[in-house]
Design a protein around this ligand. Structure first.
Ligand code: PEP
Length: 249
């Protein structure tokens, strides 16, 4: 059965001390839920976060990684570096990486392959922009994002993939896809994967929703049959909000 997951993407927020404080607040009150709980602090705070959360039910994941094994890529972080500090999961393809750092489907496909080659798990993010939804292209856009970055993978790779559908118009905007819109897209994603591979793979992959999830809307979004949890941005920076969202799963 596919896992339920709630993950907090802290983006470029929280310095070392603030990271330690927030982790303490979250881990101290973490409800006993049947779901994986993950947090993605900034790169510089990952190693300390792993140490601090040792023995807790929260795992620490990375917000990004580079596709090369090593070399002259100033400012970048490799899969081996993450693994060496105890991190085995990386978010790849977040819309902010696509928009601000020009990460194309081609680059993302390379990152996915590089992570999987090191036996890492990938949380792959994708989703349409507002104009694409308004013009009715959202299903085509999402299908192409999946095809370009993931559909060349062997079927066996899919057990290491987590999907996060994040409509760009709902990220950090306070606007959320309705639970019905989320369910409609998640069901479409599953159908698309079943078509490209088979229904067993489609049924097993966890598909998270991301985009202004908060305590007030989490339970309804998570109640939809094809929504397996959430990738949470802003609300993951406030312990009580994140904990309420975890409770909602
Ligand atoms: C995100 O950036 O992945 C995200 C979902 O952000 P927010 O919850 O703030 O919309």
């Amino acid at each position: 059965m596919r896992s339920k997951i709630v993950a907090g993407n802290w983006k470029m927020n929280k310095n070392a001390m603030e990271t330690a404080t927030l982790l303490k607040e979250i881990s101290g009150k973490l409800p006993n839920v049947k779901a994986e709980v993950m947090v993605a602090p900034a790169f510089v705070n990952l190693a300390e976060a792993v140490k601090q959360l040792k023995g807790s039910r929260i795992s620490v994941i990375a917000q990004n990684m580079h596709f090369a094994e090593s070399g002259a890529f100033t400012g970048e972080i490799s899969a081996d570096m993450l693994l060496s500090i105890g991190i085995d999961t990386a978010i790849i393809g977040h819309s902010e990486r696509r928009a601000f750092f020009h990460e194309t489907d081609e680059i993302l496909a390379k990152k996915v392959v590089a992570a999987l080659a090191k036996k890492m798990r990938v949380m792959f993010c994708f989703g349409e922009e507002l104009n694409e939804r308004k013009s009715g292209q959202h299903f085509t856009v999402v299908k192409n994002q999946l095809k370009n970055a993931l559909f060349s993978l062997d079927a066996s790779a899919w057990k290491h993939i987590i999907l996060a559908y994040e409509p760009v118009w709902a990220i950090g905007t306070g606007e959320t896809a309705s639970p019905e819109q989320a369910q409609e897209m998640h069901a479409f994603i599953r159908k698309t994967i079943a078509g490209a591979y088979n229904s067993a793979i489609a049924d097993e992959v966890s598909i998270l929703y991301g985009g202004s999830v908060k305590p007030s809307n989490a339970a309804e979004i998570f109640s939809k049959p094809d929504v397996d949890g959430g990738l949470i941005g802003g609300a993951s920076l406030v312990a009580d909000d994140f904990l309420a969202i975890v409770k909602a799963i």
